[in-house]
Design a protein around this ligand. Structure first.
Ligand SMILES: [Zn+2]
Length: 452
Protein backbone atom coordinates (compact mmCIF):
# COMPACT_ATOMS: atom_id res chain seq x y z
CA UNK A 1 0.00 0.00 0.00
CA UNK A 2 1.13 3.53 -0.65
CA UNK A 3 1.25 5.96 2.25
CA UNK A 4 -1.89 7.65 0.87
CA UNK A 5 -3.78 4.34 0.81
CA UNK A 6 -2.64 3.48 4.32
CA UNK A 7 -3.69 6.87 5.71
CA UNK A 8 -7.06 6.58 4.01
CA UNK A 9 -7.66 3.04 5.27
CA UNK A 10 -6.86 4.15 8.83
CA UNK A 11 -9.21 7.16 8.88
CA UNK A 12 -12.12 5.38 10.65
CA UNK A 13 -9.80 4.27 13.47
CA UNK A 14 -8.16 7.71 13.66
CA UNK A 15 -11.60 9.37 13.94
CA UNK A 16 -12.63 6.88 16.60
CA UNK A 17 -9.55 7.87 18.62
CA UNK A 18 -10.44 11.53 18.15
CA UNK A 19 -14.00 10.87 19.36
CA UNK A 20 -12.57 9.18 22.47
CA UNK A 21 -10.63 12.37 23.26
CA UNK A 22 -13.52 14.74 22.48
CA UNK A 23 -15.67 12.82 25.00
CA UNK A 24 -13.41 14.01 27.85
CA UNK A 25 -14.29 17.57 28.95
CA UNK A 26 -10.68 18.65 29.52
CA UNK A 27 -11.48 22.29 30.24
CA UNK A 28 -8.28 23.69 31.74
CA UNK A 29 -9.94 26.96 32.81
CA UNK A 30 -12.33 25.11 35.16
CA UNK A 31 -10.68 24.02 38.43
CA UNK A 32 -13.66 21.68 38.95
CA UNK A 33 -12.57 19.72 35.87
CA UNK A 34 -8.91 19.28 36.83
CA UNK A 35 -9.63 15.53 37.08
CA UNK A 36 -10.88 15.55 33.48
CA UNK A 37 -7.71 17.27 32.26
CA UNK A 38 -5.73 14.53 34.02
CA UNK A 39 -7.97 11.84 32.45
CA UNK A 40 -7.43 13.46 29.08
CA UNK A 41 -3.62 13.38 29.47
CA UNK A 42 -3.84 9.70 30.44
CA UNK A 43 -6.07 8.95 27.44
CA UNK A 44 -3.49 10.58 25.14
CA UNK A 45 -0.72 8.55 26.79
CA UNK A 46 -2.76 5.35 26.34
CA UNK A 47 -3.29 6.06 22.62
CA UNK A 48 0.43 6.60 22.09
CA UNK A 49 1.26 3.41 23.99
CA UNK A 50 -1.18 1.54 21.72
CA UNK A 51 0.98 2.76 18.84
CA UNK A 52 3.91 0.96 20.43
CA UNK A 53 5.78 3.98 21.76
CA UNK A 54 8.53 2.79 24.13
CA UNK A 55 8.79 6.00 26.15
CA UNK A 56 5.58 7.78 27.25
CA UNK A 57 5.38 10.11 30.21
CA UNK A 58 2.72 12.35 31.76
CA UNK A 59 4.56 15.35 33.21
CA UNK A 60 3.83 18.61 35.01
CA UNK A 61 5.90 21.66 35.79
CA UNK A 62 5.18 23.52 39.01
CA UNK A 63 1.44 23.62 39.61
CA UNK A 64 0.68 23.35 35.90
CA UNK A 65 -1.67 21.02 34.02
CA UNK A 66 -0.48 17.59 32.85
CA UNK A 67 1.33 17.33 29.52
CA UNK A 68 2.34 14.20 27.62
CA UNK A 69 5.81 13.59 26.22
CA UNK A 70 6.20 10.47 24.05
CA UNK A 71 9.41 9.63 22.23
CA UNK A 72 9.93 7.46 19.19
CA UNK A 73 13.74 7.32 18.91
CA UNK A 74 15.41 8.45 15.69
CA UNK A 75 16.77 5.77 13.36
CA UNK A 76 20.53 6.24 12.81
CA UNK A 77 21.34 9.38 10.82
CA UNK A 78 17.78 10.68 10.97
CA UNK A 79 16.64 13.98 12.45
CA UNK A 80 14.11 14.34 15.27
CA UNK A 81 10.78 16.07 14.82
CA UNK A 82 8.73 17.35 17.75
CA UNK A 83 4.98 17.28 17.06
CA UNK A 84 3.08 19.71 19.30
CA UNK A 85 -0.64 19.91 20.07
CA UNK A 86 -2.69 20.57 23.21
CA UNK A 87 -5.29 18.31 24.79
CA UNK A 88 -7.06 20.93 26.90
CA UNK A 89 -10.08 22.78 25.51
CA UNK A 90 -12.09 25.96 25.98
CA UNK A 91 -15.23 25.83 28.14
CA UNK A 92 -18.28 24.71 26.15
CA UNK A 93 -20.38 27.73 27.15
CA UNK A 94 -24.16 27.40 27.06
CA UNK A 95 -24.94 23.84 25.83
CA UNK A 96 -28.26 25.17 24.44
CA UNK A 97 -26.28 27.03 21.76
CA UNK A 98 -24.89 23.73 20.43
CA UNK A 99 -26.72 21.71 17.77
CA UNK A 100 -25.40 18.47 19.34
CA UNK A 101 -23.84 17.74 22.77
CA UNK A 102 -20.49 19.55 22.99
CA UNK A 103 -18.54 16.57 24.31
CA UNK A 104 -19.79 14.04 21.75
CA UNK A 105 -18.08 13.90 18.35
CA UNK A 106 -20.92 13.89 15.82
CA UNK A 107 -20.51 14.08 12.08
CA UNK A 108 -22.90 15.81 9.72
CA UNK A 109 -22.53 17.43 6.31
CA UNK A 110 -18.88 16.49 5.97
CA UNK A 111 -17.86 18.01 9.29
CA UNK A 112 -17.20 16.57 12.73
CA UNK A 113 -18.77 18.61 15.55
CA UNK A 114 -17.70 18.78 19.19
CA UNK A 115 -15.51 20.81 21.55
CA UNK A 116 -11.87 20.34 20.61
CA UNK A 117 -12.53 18.72 17.20
CA UNK A 118 -10.61 21.61 15.62
CA UNK A 119 -8.81 23.20 18.58
CA UNK A 120 -6.83 21.21 19.23
CA UNK A 121 -7.71 17.54 19.62
CA UNK A 122 -7.99 17.50 15.82
CA UNK A 123 -4.38 18.71 15.60
CA UNK A 124 -3.37 15.97 18.04
CA UNK A 125 -5.29 13.39 15.99
CA UNK A 126 -3.30 14.41 12.90
CA UNK A 127 -0.07 13.65 14.78
CA UNK A 128 -1.44 10.28 15.91
CA UNK A 129 -2.56 9.52 12.34
CA UNK A 130 0.89 10.30 10.94
CA UNK A 131 2.49 7.97 13.52
CA UNK A 132 -0.10 5.28 12.82
CA UNK A 133 0.62 5.52 9.09
CA UNK A 134 4.10 4.16 9.91
CA UNK A 135 2.68 1.61 12.34
CA UNK A 136 4.33 3.45 15.23
CA UNK A 137 7.78 3.22 13.62
CA UNK A 138 8.24 6.62 11.95
CA UNK A 139 11.20 7.02 9.55
CA UNK A 140 12.55 9.94 11.62
CA UNK A 141 12.75 10.41 15.37
CA UNK A 142 9.44 11.76 16.68
CA UNK A 143 8.71 13.38 20.00
CA UNK A 144 5.04 13.95 20.59
CA UNK A 145 4.47 16.82 23.01
CA UNK A 146 0.88 17.41 24.06
CA UNK A 147 0.34 20.33 26.39
CA UNK A 148 -2.56 20.60 28.87
CA UNK A 149 -2.92 24.33 29.45
CA UNK A 150 -2.71 26.15 26.12
CA UNK A 151 -6.21 27.55 26.52
CA UNK A 152 -5.25 29.25 29.77
CA UNK A 153 -2.08 30.86 28.44
CA UNK A 154 0.56 28.09 28.71
CA UNK A 155 1.73 29.46 32.03
CA UNK A 156 4.21 26.65 32.73
CA UNK A 157 5.19 25.87 29.12
CA UNK A 158 8.53 27.68 29.32
CA UNK A 159 9.28 25.73 32.51
CA UNK A 160 8.31 22.42 30.83
CA UNK A 161 10.55 23.26 27.88
CA UNK A 162 13.47 23.89 30.18
CA UNK A 163 12.89 20.98 32.60
CA UNK A 164 12.49 18.52 29.70
CA UNK A 165 14.87 20.24 27.36
CA UNK A 166 16.76 17.11 26.42
CA UNK A 167 13.61 15.06 25.77
CA UNK A 168 12.03 17.81 23.69
CA UNK A 169 15.03 19.00 21.67
CA UNK A 170 14.38 18.53 17.96
CA UNK A 171 15.49 19.65 14.53
CA UNK A 172 11.95 20.56 13.53
CA UNK A 173 8.90 21.57 15.58
CA UNK A 174 5.48 21.06 14.02
CA UNK A 175 2.90 23.10 15.93
CA UNK A 176 -0.56 21.99 14.81
CA UNK A 177 -2.69 24.69 16.41
CA UNK A 178 -3.40 27.44 13.91
CA UNK A 179 -5.92 27.91 11.09
CA UNK A 180 -5.91 27.07 7.39
CA UNK A 181 -6.59 29.79 4.87
CA UNK A 182 -9.83 28.23 3.60
CA UNK A 183 -11.49 24.83 3.24
CA UNK A 184 -9.30 22.97 0.74
CA UNK A 185 -6.44 25.44 1.12
CA UNK A 186 -3.63 24.52 3.55
CA UNK A 187 -1.45 27.16 5.15
CA UNK A 188 1.63 27.60 7.27
CA UNK A 189 1.36 30.45 9.74
CA UNK A 190 4.44 32.65 9.67
CA UNK A 191 3.44 35.74 11.63
CA UNK A 192 1.44 36.38 14.77
CA UNK A 193 0.39 39.67 16.33
CA UNK A 194 1.08 40.49 19.96
CA UNK A 195 -1.12 42.17 22.53
CA UNK A 196 -1.04 44.93 25.11
CA UNK A 197 -4.05 46.11 27.07
CA UNK A 198 -4.83 48.68 29.72
CA UNK A 199 -7.67 50.27 31.66
CA UNK A 200 -7.99 54.06 31.44
CA UNK A 201 -10.09 56.06 33.89
CA UNK A 202 -11.08 59.72 33.66
CA UNK A 203 -12.47 61.82 36.52
CA UNK A 204 -13.94 65.28 36.18
CA UNK A 205 -15.89 65.69 39.44
CA UNK A 206 -15.62 64.44 42.99
CA UNK A 207 -19.32 63.53 43.00
CA UNK A 208 -22.25 63.40 40.57
CA UNK A 209 -24.10 66.71 40.17
CA UNK A 210 -27.36 67.93 38.62
CA UNK A 211 -26.93 68.10 34.87
CA UNK A 212 -29.40 70.98 34.56
CA UNK A 213 -27.72 73.12 37.18
CA UNK A 214 -24.16 72.67 35.89
CA UNK A 215 -24.39 71.21 32.37
CA UNK A 216 -22.83 73.50 29.78
CA UNK A 217 -20.01 74.56 32.07
CA UNK A 218 -18.89 71.46 33.93
CA UNK A 219 -17.80 68.49 31.74
CA UNK A 220 -19.00 64.97 32.51
CA UNK A 221 -16.41 62.19 32.64
CA UNK A 222 -18.09 59.93 30.09
CA UNK A 223 -18.13 62.56 27.36
CA UNK A 224 -14.50 63.35 28.15
CA UNK A 225 -13.64 59.65 27.94
CA UNK A 226 -15.49 59.28 24.61
CA UNK A 227 -13.52 62.19 23.18
CA UNK A 228 -10.29 60.60 24.37
CA UNK A 229 -11.19 57.16 22.94
CA UNK A 230 -12.09 58.79 19.63
CA UNK A 231 -8.49 59.97 19.26
CA UNK A 232 -7.19 56.36 19.09
CA UNK A 233 -8.00 56.24 15.33
CA UNK A 234 -7.42 58.83 12.65
CA UNK A 235 -10.05 59.92 10.12
CA UNK A 236 -9.44 56.81 7.97
CA UNK A 237 -9.64 54.41 10.86
CA UNK A 238 -5.91 53.71 11.13
CA UNK A 239 -4.40 53.54 14.63
CA UNK A 240 -3.34 57.05 15.63
CA UNK A 241 -0.98 56.05 18.46
CA UNK A 242 2.44 57.32 17.34
CA UNK A 243 5.50 55.14 16.92
CA UNK A 244 3.95 51.66 16.65
CA UNK A 245 5.67 49.18 14.32
CA UNK A 246 4.19 47.53 11.24
CA UNK A 247 5.65 45.00 8.76
CA UNK A 248 5.47 44.32 5.03
CA UNK A 249 2.30 42.47 4.01
CA UNK A 250 2.12 39.18 2.08
CA UNK A 251 0.59 39.24 -1.38
CA UNK A 252 -2.69 37.52 -0.54
CA UNK A 253 -6.19 38.68 -1.30
CA UNK A 254 -8.97 38.45 1.29
CA UNK A 255 -12.08 39.44 -0.66
CA UNK A 256 -14.49 41.94 0.85
CA UNK A 257 -17.56 39.64 0.71
CA UNK A 258 -15.63 36.80 2.36
CA UNK A 259 -14.50 39.11 5.16
CA UNK A 260 -18.05 40.35 5.59
CA UNK A 261 -19.52 36.87 5.89
CA UNK A 262 -16.73 35.41 8.07
CA UNK A 263 -16.75 38.35 10.49
CA UNK A 264 -20.49 39.08 10.54
CA UNK A 265 -19.87 42.71 9.51
CA UNK A 266 -23.28 44.22 8.87
CA UNK A 267 -24.30 45.38 5.42
CA UNK A 268 -23.47 49.06 4.96
CA UNK A 269 -20.93 49.16 7.82
CA UNK A 270 -17.56 50.16 6.39
CA UNK A 271 -14.14 48.61 6.94
CA UNK A 272 -11.67 50.79 8.79
CA UNK A 273 -8.01 51.49 8.11
CA UNK A 274 -5.91 51.58 4.97
CA UNK A 275 -3.83 48.98 3.14
CA UNK A 276 -4.83 45.47 2.02
CA UNK A 277 -7.10 43.49 4.30
CA UNK A 278 -4.39 41.00 5.33
CA UNK A 279 -1.99 43.89 5.91
CA UNK A 280 -4.45 45.45 8.37
CA UNK A 281 -5.18 42.10 10.05
CA UNK A 282 -1.66 40.72 10.37
CA UNK A 283 0.96 43.40 9.73
CA UNK A 284 -0.34 46.60 11.33
CA UNK A 285 -1.40 47.40 14.87
CA UNK A 286 -5.07 47.66 15.73
CA UNK A 287 -6.85 49.13 18.70
CA UNK A 288 -10.32 48.52 20.12
CA UNK A 289 -12.29 49.52 23.18
CA UNK A 290 -13.36 46.19 24.65
CA UNK A 291 -15.20 47.31 27.80
CA UNK A 292 -16.67 50.42 29.35
CA UNK A 293 -17.82 51.24 32.91
CA UNK A 294 -20.18 54.13 33.46
CA UNK A 295 -23.72 54.53 34.77
CA UNK A 296 -25.94 51.79 33.26
CA UNK A 297 -28.89 53.10 31.24
CA UNK A 298 -31.46 51.61 33.67
CA UNK A 299 -29.90 53.59 36.52
CA UNK A 300 -29.57 56.85 34.59
CA UNK A 301 -30.53 60.08 36.35
CA UNK A 302 -30.09 63.64 35.20
CA UNK A 303 -26.63 63.97 36.62
CA UNK A 304 -23.20 64.65 35.23
CA UNK A 305 -21.17 61.43 35.55
CA UNK A 306 -18.07 62.06 37.71
CA UNK A 307 -15.88 59.16 36.49
CA UNK A 308 -15.80 56.60 33.70
CA UNK A 309 -13.36 53.94 32.59
CA UNK A 310 -12.64 51.83 29.55
CA UNK A 311 -10.49 48.81 28.72
CA UNK A 312 -8.39 49.29 25.61
CA UNK A 313 -6.92 46.38 23.68
CA UNK A 314 -4.00 47.00 21.38
CA UNK A 315 -2.86 44.32 18.89
CA UNK A 316 0.80 44.60 17.98
CA UNK A 317 2.38 43.93 14.61
CA UNK A 318 5.41 41.64 14.27
CA UNK A 319 8.52 43.71 14.96
CA UNK A 320 6.92 45.49 17.91
CA UNK A 321 8.17 44.94 21.44
CA UNK A 322 5.18 44.50 23.77
CA UNK A 323 6.95 46.19 26.69
CA UNK A 324 7.81 49.21 24.52
CA UNK A 325 4.31 49.49 23.03
CA UNK A 326 2.47 50.06 26.29
CA UNK A 327 4.24 53.37 27.12
CA UNK A 328 3.39 54.62 23.59
CA UNK A 329 -0.28 53.96 24.24
CA UNK A 330 -0.14 55.52 27.70
CA UNK A 331 1.62 58.61 26.32
CA UNK A 332 -1.05 58.95 23.64
CA UNK A 333 -3.80 58.77 26.26
CA UNK A 334 -2.12 61.34 28.54
CA UNK A 335 -1.40 63.69 25.63
CA UNK A 336 -5.00 63.66 24.40
CA UNK A 337 -7.02 64.01 27.60
CA UNK A 338 -9.65 66.68 26.94
CA UNK A 339 -10.56 69.52 29.26
CA UNK A 340 -7.91 68.78 31.89
CA UNK A 341 -9.73 65.69 33.16
CA UNK A 342 -7.80 63.58 35.70
CA UNK A 343 -6.46 60.41 34.12
CA UNK A 344 -5.19 57.13 35.51
CA UNK A 345 -3.98 54.24 33.37
CA UNK A 346 -3.48 50.72 34.65
CA UNK A 347 -1.36 48.33 32.56
CA UNK A 348 -2.85 44.93 31.78
CA UNK A 349 -1.68 41.85 29.89
CA UNK A 350 1.08 41.90 27.32
CA UNK A 351 2.13 39.27 24.77
CA UNK A 352 4.90 39.45 22.19
CA UNK A 353 4.19 39.26 18.46
CA UNK A 354 6.31 36.85 16.44
CA UNK A 355 7.64 36.13 12.98
CA UNK A 356 8.38 32.51 12.13
CA UNK A 357 10.86 32.04 9.34
CA UNK A 358 9.64 29.58 6.68
CA UNK A 359 12.93 28.68 5.03
CA UNK A 360 15.46 25.91 4.66
CA UNK A 361 15.31 22.28 3.55
CA UNK A 362 12.76 21.15 6.17
CA UNK A 363 10.37 23.96 5.24
CA UNK A 364 10.75 23.07 1.56
CA UNK A 365 10.15 19.37 2.26
CA UNK A 366 7.03 20.35 4.24
CA UNK A 367 5.82 22.56 1.42
CA UNK A 368 6.09 19.76 -1.12
CA UNK A 369 4.42 17.21 1.21
CA UNK A 370 1.47 19.57 1.72
CA UNK A 371 1.28 20.30 -1.98
CA UNK A 372 0.98 16.62 -2.85
CA UNK A 373 -1.50 15.77 -0.06
CA UNK A 374 -3.86 18.68 -0.76
CA UNK A 375 -3.24 18.97 -4.51
CA UNK A 376 -2.81 22.74 -4.05
CA UNK A 377 0.26 24.60 -2.83
CA UNK A 378 0.14 25.80 0.79
CA UNK A 379 0.05 29.55 1.40
CA UNK A 380 1.96 31.47 4.05
CA UNK A 381 -0.39 33.40 6.29
CA UNK A 382 -0.38 35.48 9.44
CA UNK A 383 -2.77 35.44 12.34
CA UNK A 384 -4.25 38.61 13.72
CA UNK A 385 -4.46 36.98 17.13
CA UNK A 386 -1.69 35.64 19.29
CA UNK A 387 -0.37 32.12 19.98
CA UNK A 388 2.09 33.06 22.74
CA UNK A 389 3.49 29.53 23.02
CA UNK A 390 5.03 29.78 19.55
CA UNK A 391 7.38 32.43 20.96
CA UNK A 392 8.24 30.05 23.85
CA UNK A 393 9.38 27.37 21.37
CA UNK A 394 11.35 29.88 19.30
CA UNK A 395 13.11 31.17 22.42
CA UNK A 396 13.88 27.68 23.78
CA UNK A 397 15.10 26.21 20.46
CA UNK A 398 16.35 29.10 18.31
CA UNK A 399 18.19 26.80 15.87
CA UNK A 400 15.19 24.62 15.04
CA UNK A 401 12.81 24.96 12.10
CA UNK A 402 9.31 25.79 13.36
CA UNK A 403 6.33 24.91 11.20
CA UNK A 404 2.93 26.16 12.38
CA UNK A 405 0.19 24.06 10.75
CA UNK A 406 -3.54 23.63 11.24
CA UNK A 407 -6.68 21.57 10.94
CA UNK A 408 -9.07 24.45 11.65
CA UNK A 409 -10.62 26.46 8.81
CA UNK A 410 -12.62 29.71 8.83
CA UNK A 411 -15.85 27.78 9.58
CA UNK A 412 -14.43 25.86 12.55
CA UNK A 413 -15.72 28.22 15.28
CA UNK A 414 -12.91 27.30 17.62
CA UNK A 415 -13.78 28.48 21.17
CA UNK A 416 -17.45 28.97 20.13
CA UNK A 417 -20.57 26.81 20.07
CA UNK A 418 -20.75 24.18 17.31
CA UNK A 419 -16.97 23.92 16.95
CA UNK A 420 -16.22 21.61 14.04
CA UNK A 421 -13.60 20.02 11.82
CA UNK A 422 -13.85 19.65 8.04
CA UNK A 423 -13.41 15.90 7.50
CA UNK A 424 -11.93 16.22 4.00
CA UNK A 425 -9.35 18.72 5.21
CA UNK A 426 -8.62 16.53 8.22
CA UNK A 427 -7.84 13.54 5.99
CA UNK A 428 -5.61 15.73 3.81
CA UNK A 429 -3.80 17.06 6.91
CA UNK A 430 -3.15 13.49 8.14
CA UNK A 431 -1.67 12.52 4.79
CA UNK A 432 0.34 15.75 4.53
CA UNK A 433 1.96 15.12 7.90
CA UNK A 434 2.80 11.49 7.09
CA UNK A 435 4.32 12.59 3.75
CA UNK A 436 6.20 15.33 5.54
CA UNK A 437 7.84 12.88 7.99
CA UNK A 438 8.76 10.69 5.03
CA UNK A 439 10.10 13.78 3.23
CA UNK A 440 12.34 14.67 6.20
CA UNK A 441 13.69 11.11 6.21
CA UNK A 442 14.36 11.20 2.46
CA UNK A 443 16.15 14.49 2.92
CA UNK A 444 18.52 12.97 5.49
CA UNK A 445 19.00 9.84 3.36
CA UNK A 446 19.96 12.06 0.41
CA UNK A 447 22.43 13.89 2.60
CA UNK A 448 20.51 17.12 2.20
CA UNK A 449 19.27 17.60 5.75
CA UNK A 450 20.76 20.25 8.00
CA UNK A 451 21.92 17.50 10.37
CA UNK A 452 23.59 15.44 7.61
ZN1 LIG B 1 -5.46 25.75 20.30
Amino acid sequence: MTLAETVQAQQPLVLENLARLVAIPSVSADPGRAGQVQRSAEAVAALVRELGCPDVRVVRAGGGQPAVIARFPAPPGQPTVCLYAHHDVQPEGDPALWSSPPFEARSRDGRLYGRGTADDKGGLAVHLAALRAFDGRPPVGVTLFVEGEEEIGSATLAQLLSEHREALAADVFVIADSGNWAVGQPAFTTSLRGLADCVVELRTLDHAIHSGSYGGVVPDALTALCRLLATLHDEQGDVAVAGLASTAPPDLEYPEDRLRSESGLLEGVQQIGTGSVVERLWCKPSVAVIALDATPVEQASNTLIPSARAKISLRLAPGEDAAAAMPKLVKHLRDHVPWGARITVQDGDAGEPSMISFAGPYAEAARSAFQSAWAVPPVLIGQGGSIPMVADFARAFPEATILVTAVADPDSRAHGADESLHLGDFAAACLAEALMLQGFADLAAAGGGPTA
